[in-house]
Structures are given as structure tokens and as C-alpha cells.
Design a protein around this ligand. Structure first.
Ligand code: PGA
Length: 248
């Protein structure tokens, strides 16, 4: 099994001064891979301050170059030192009109530049209450499959982020997360994606208090962490939680 992976998603937060304090306080832990996805303008600063943590971005253009004002290509992110890029975060889907097919094209763009796409999927509360969790996730994954196929999925990370858990303080229970992660693993195995190296992260209100229980689940291979990644001590505590219960 690969090491567990914990990725901070700063979202629209940070300043040069605050980033220096935050990254200065993080450090690294043996036994867990740590990464941080920062806003574009801070990539260079973060690259210079990271000491063993991997660098990532929060979205990417589906295009490589040309007349696309405001866009940032995967090749540019790679050149700035990124290893990861989040695609299909529910905030991008809900607020910036990204649909399933576009998420697939963005994942393909990331892979083209040898970045690792962190493909986010997850259901809304209404979809959960209607018993449609795996149907929704299957649709989201299926659209990405159209763009990147088996080979692409074998190089990607998947993040299960139930929309109702993001930023709400109401994380999925360990059992709820495990059930969906197992379903995603089954979906991949039905399509003969080699599972040994695939990491499926859980995201949505993970904090130092609930991380150990989530990471102890057999199919939870790490986390995508929003709010709790903005305070160094809290982020480190979440990362450390991968190592309780032999989690690494
Ligand atoms: P949260 O965000 O940890 O603040 O809920 C997670 C995410 O959106 O990736």
C-alpha cells in the first residue's frame, strides 16, 4: 500500500505573511505524505518554503495555451513545482459552472502535464436522502472515465467529499465514509483499474478530533482538508492521525 496522503486545501485564504507562518509551522512527518494546495499567486512562495511537503493547486484550465484569459495551464503548474491539482471540487461545480465532462477534461489536462489530479466526487444531502449516493458518484466518475480511462485513473487520486460535509462541521461518520470508499473501490475494480496504488481520500469537516477514526477505515487512504489546514498545529495533528491504528 502507498503511504496515506493528507492534502490541505487552502481555498481562497492566505497572504504572504500568513503563509509564511503557516508553512513554517507545518514541517513533515515520516510515514505520511503531506501536500498543500494553495492559491495560484502563492505557488512560488509555497514552493520556496515547503520542506518535504508536496505542492498543489486548486483547479486548472482544460486548455494548454492560447486565448483563454484568466486561465492557468497544467504545464504552468508543473513548471511552478506542483505535483497535485484538485479537479471537480464541489465549490467549482456549484459556483463556477464546472460540469462532469469539464472535470474529466481538466483531469486529462493534469495528466498530460504529469500532474496527479485529485478528482473530487460527492453527493448533496438531497441525493443522499434519496438513496442516490453511488448513482451520483458513478455518474461523476464515469464522465472522468470518458476523458482519462483506465490508464488515467491508475495515476489519479480520488477524493470523496460529500457536499453536505464540506465546511459544515458535520463530517461523515467513519462508517458512512467507509461505505462510499468501498463502493468507489468496487467501481474501479469492475473497470480493472489496478487498485494497489490508488488512494481514495475523504474530505469534509475533517479535524484533529475526528481524523483518526476516519483514517482507520480500510478504504480511507487519507484526507482532503479545508478549514483545518489553515492552522499549522491542527493540520499536523490531522496528518499525525493517519498513524494511529497502524494507519500508515
Ligand atoms: P473542509 O473542506 O475541511 O473545510 O470541510 C474540505 C474541502 O472542501 O476540501
Amino acid at each position: 500500500m502507498p503511504k496515506k496522503l493528507v492534502v490541505g486545501n487552502w481555498k481562497l485564504n492566505g497572504s504572504l505573511a500568513a503563509n509564511e507562518v503557516l508553512l513554517g509551522g507545518c514541517g513533515t512527518l515520516a510515514g505520511v505524505e503531506m501536500a498543500v494546495c494553495v492559491p495560484f499567486p502563492y505557488l512560488a512562495q509555497a514552493a520556496s518554503l515547503l520542506d518535504g511537503m508536496a505542492l498543489g493547486a486548486q483547479t486548472v484550465s482544460e486548455f494548454q495555451s492560447g486565448a483563454y484569459t484568466g486561465e492557468v495551464s497544467a504545464e504552468m503548474l508543473a513548471e511552478m513545482g506542483c505535483r497535485y491539482v484538485i479537479v471537480g471540487h464541489s465549490e467549482r461545480r456549484a459556483l463556477f459552472g464546472e460540469d462532469d465532462a469539464m472535470v474529466g477534461r481538466k483531469a486529462a489536462a493534469a495528466l498530460r502535464a504529469e500532474l496527479v489530479p485529485i478528482v473530487c466526487v460527492g453527493e448533496s444531502l438531497a441525493e443522499r436522502e434519496a438513496g442516490r449516493v453511488m448513482e451520483v458518484i458513478g455518474r461523476q466518475l464515469g464522465a472522468v472515465w470518458e476523458s482519462i480511462g483506465k490508464e488515467g485513473f491508475s495515476r489519479a487520486v480520488i477524493a470523496y467529499e460529500p457536499v453536505w460535509a464540506i465546511g459544515t462541521g458535520r463530517a461523515a461518520s467513519a462508517g458512512e465514509a467507509q461505505e462510499v470508499h468501498a463502493g468507489i473501490r468496487r467501481w474501479l475494480s469492475e473497470r480493472e483499474v489496478p487498485l494497489a496504488e490508488i488512494r481514495i481520500l475523504y474530505g469534509g469537516s475533517v479535524n484533529a478530533g475526528n481524523a483518526a477514526a476516519l483514517f482507520a477505515m480500510p478504504d480511507v487512504d487519507g484526507g482532503l482538508i479545508g478549514g483545518a489546514s489553515l492552522v499549522a498545529e491542527e493540520f499536523i495533528a490531522v496528518c499525525r492521525a493517519t498513524m494511529t491504528n497502524g494507519g500508515c
